[in-house]
Design a protein around this ligand. Structure first.
Ligand code: HEC
Length: 160
């Protein structure tokens, strides 16, 4: 019996170590920062059930898109996810010169990096942002954005 308990204890210790390693693999602070939201332009709103998403970016990015130019480095795109009127999470994409070089080619999303911020501003360490990149890579032709068409159509009034 004693032997058995010792074995169980070892098993738990190993499982714990594996869990910890797994968590470290997922945890991923990167270069993406949380911008000052007041400085951004909210151009479209997406609603789905009890979820309301406010999507915003910089004036410079909007100007570049309108002029048919590439979105400049230093641009943030932010998706604030509200559930029942409260901020539930904030998704951020940020572009920086050469930032794509941080990732292997099969994961790279141009020079964009992605992050999930909790309402208190901290990074959600349980998220592997490769998932964000994997889904957004299907939009490679639209600079990895899902709402580029809304941005093109934006005339100063939030699209809803
Ligand atoms: C399964 C696909 C999928 C995954 C995974 C995903 N996104 Fe998106 N993302 C979308 C779609 C679709 C939209 C457009 C808004 C909508 O329909 O909700 C979007 C919109 C955005 C936007 C607004 C700019 C744009 O592309 O229109 C940001 C910022 C964003 N996502 C960041 C993230 C981050 C950060 C993660 C990971 C934590 C992530 N996304 C994971 C599909 C995805």
């Amino acid at each position: 019996m004693r032997h058995f308990i010792k074995r169980i204890a070892i098993l738990f210790a190993v499982a714990g170590a594996v869990t910890l390693v797994g968590w470290k693999v997922d945890a991923e602070p990167n270069r993406t920062t949380m911008p000052e939201l007041a400085g951004l332009v909210h151009y479209t709103t997406v609603r789905r059930g009890n979820v309301t998403e406010h999507i915003m970016t910089t004036k410079e990015a909007i100007q570049a898109v309108k002029n048919g130019q590439p979105i400049p480095p230093g641009t943030h795109f932010v998706l604030v996810d509200y559930r029942d009127g409260q901020v539930y999470r904030t998704f951020v994409m940020e572009k920086g010169s050469g930032w794509g070089g941080d990732y292997d080619e099969d994961r790279r999303t141009g020079d964009w990096q992605f992050q999930w911020f909790k309402p208190d501003g901290s990074v959600n360490m349980a998220e592997n942002t490769a998932r964000c990149q994997s889904c957004h890579s299907s939009r490679a032709d639209e600079d990895f954005l899902y709402t580029l068409d809304d941005l093109k159509a934006f005339d100063g009034a939030v699209i809803d």
